[in-house]
Design a binder for this molecule. Structure first.
Ligand code: NZQ
Ligand code: ZN
Length: 405
């Protein structure tokens, strides 16, 4: 295991009815800006619950900013940042999924980057995004009410922002962006369309894989946690498909997705974010849902990088899919690994998710533009060894044209 520091200051408030805790969690005298997405929070009544809880005590002034898109748009977020300055907001409350929470983190980080006229400098904010917000050293406090289990944004300090005009979807991270608290009420997920539920299960699954499926460093806690999370997602993915109203299933999915990307299983181990980084380009070029880009790419990433990941792939086959090399001596390592990858693909398919570019109605003409964008965004040394250059990414995309199984 490598040396590490683990720091996670996010207070998780989990369970049905917990939105009312906002009355205690948000400072009494705060000037609050509630941020939300395209309208689901209003439609489902969650926003009303939030408004009620905030006015139940204290002397808060509450403003609202709606319309943050899935894959939150840079320009929209800067409008929110201008609103922060206009009203001297000192607390952001994100009500929504990864897009709203990520977007609000970005707002929290960039709203102090003003021009002389008091508006947030588009140029400085863009520079901040392209440098991963590394140099930002102050931020507005932020809390979250999570409505879709998927990204882990509720308990981490990262995010992803899309800039459509520049065809760029870029990640950022800064420890000032950890939410002060996140409320996880699993009943809020019951209104999700099936597509979003399945996207969430797959996104969380791939988050675990990107931190687990590299090479062994004898990190027993991280490996065992990761394998458990994968098995829970496989089980609960099927369960939620069969019985979407089951609240116990929703609870487990929600907590699993949070644990999948709150830093814990990624401490002290190598990580490989190739699937995500190539996937972001597919989203920005073709507006494919984030999770769907991942299910298209992950099987090809595993096949292409099989040699460098062989030990972990065998461990994955054995511990997650119960493919036992001892009881089936006829299976060599290659076929054990291929069986595990096919099982992974079938799991994604069973959730109604695409496993090839063809499934997303793309063909080989999609490949060159993705490579060009990866180059433009300096995504040229991906993977746990930094060896995944543009040629490797090209081969991954070629393998993804049609499903191998
Ligand atoms: O916009 P509204 O109307 O609210 O509708 C949303 C949106 O259309 C809807 N929705 C959310 N909660 C709902 C609901 N509909 C009904 N009932 C509810 N309770 O769901 C749609 C998708 O929402 P979104 O927030 O985009 O989904 P998700 O949580 O999957 O977030 C995806 C974004 O997170 C980024 C992705 O790149 C993408 O931009 N990621 C963030 C990460 C992080 N911060 O660590 C890591 C991830 O890898 C990921 O990259
Ligand atoms: Zn993701």
């Amino acid at each position: 295991m490598k040396n590490f520091q683990y720091y996670n200051p996010v207070r998780i408030v989990f369970g049905e009815g917990q939105i009312e805790q906002l009355a205690d969690l948000v400072p009494n005298d705060a000037k609050v800006l509630i941020t939300y997405g395209g309208g689901s929070a209003e439609r489902t009544g969650t926003l009303d619950e939030v408004r009620k809880a905030l006015s139940a005590s204290g002397n808060r002034e509450v403003f609202e900013f709606g319309g943050i898109e899935p894959n939150p748009e840079f320009n929209t977020l800067l409008k929110a940042a201008d609103m922060v300055n206009e009203h001297n907001i000192d607390f952001l409350l994100a009500v929504g999924g990864g897009s709203v929470i990520d977007g609000s983190k970005f707002v929290a980080l960039v709203s102090s980057l003003t021009d002389q006229d008091g508006t947030v400098s588009r140029e400085k904010a863009w520079d901040a995004l392209t440098s991963y917000t590394r140099n930002i050293n102050s931020a507005i406090d932020l809390g979250a009410v999570l409505t879709i289990p998927a990204t882990g944004s509720e308990m981490n300090s990262g995010g992803v922002v899309n800039h459509s005009e520049r065809q760029a979807k870029l990640p950022f991270g800064n420890s000032l962006a950890f939410p002060k608290f996140s409320i996880l009420d699993p009943t809020k997920t019951l209104t999700l369309p099936e597509r979003q539920v399945m996207n969430g299960v797959a996104d969380a699954f791939v988050h675990v894989m990107e931190q687990y499926l590299t090479y062994p460093v004898n990190a027993k806690v991280q490996d065992a946690f990761a394998e458990s999370l994968l098995k829970i997602l496989i089980e609960e993915g099927a369960a939620v498909k069969a019985d979407p109203e089951n609240l116990e299933t929703r609870k487990n999915i929600m907590w699993t997705a949070t644990m999948a990307l709150n830093g814990l299983i990624g401490t002290g181990v190598p990580q490989d974010w190739t699937t995500h980084m190539v996937g972001h380009e597919l989203t920005s070029l073709h507006s494919i849902d984030h999770a769907r880009t991942l299910t298209i790419l992950l099987p090809s990433v595993l096949r292409e990088l099989k040699d460098s990941k062989i030990d972990k792939l065998l461990q994955y086959a054995r511990n997650v899919w119960a493919i036992d090399s001892n009881t089936d001596t006829k299976q060599d390592d290659d076929s054990i690994i291929e069986t595990a990858i096919v099982k992974t693909e079938n799991f994604f398919r069973s959730l109604g998710l695409p496993v090839s570019l063809a499934d997303a109605e793309l063909d080989e003409s999609a490949i060159d533009p993705v490579i060009k964008q990866l180059e433009a965004h300096n995504m040229v040394k991906l993977g746990e060894h930094g060896n995944n250059d543009l040629e490797v990414s090209r081969r991954i995309l070629e393998r993804s044209l049609t499903s191998a199984a």
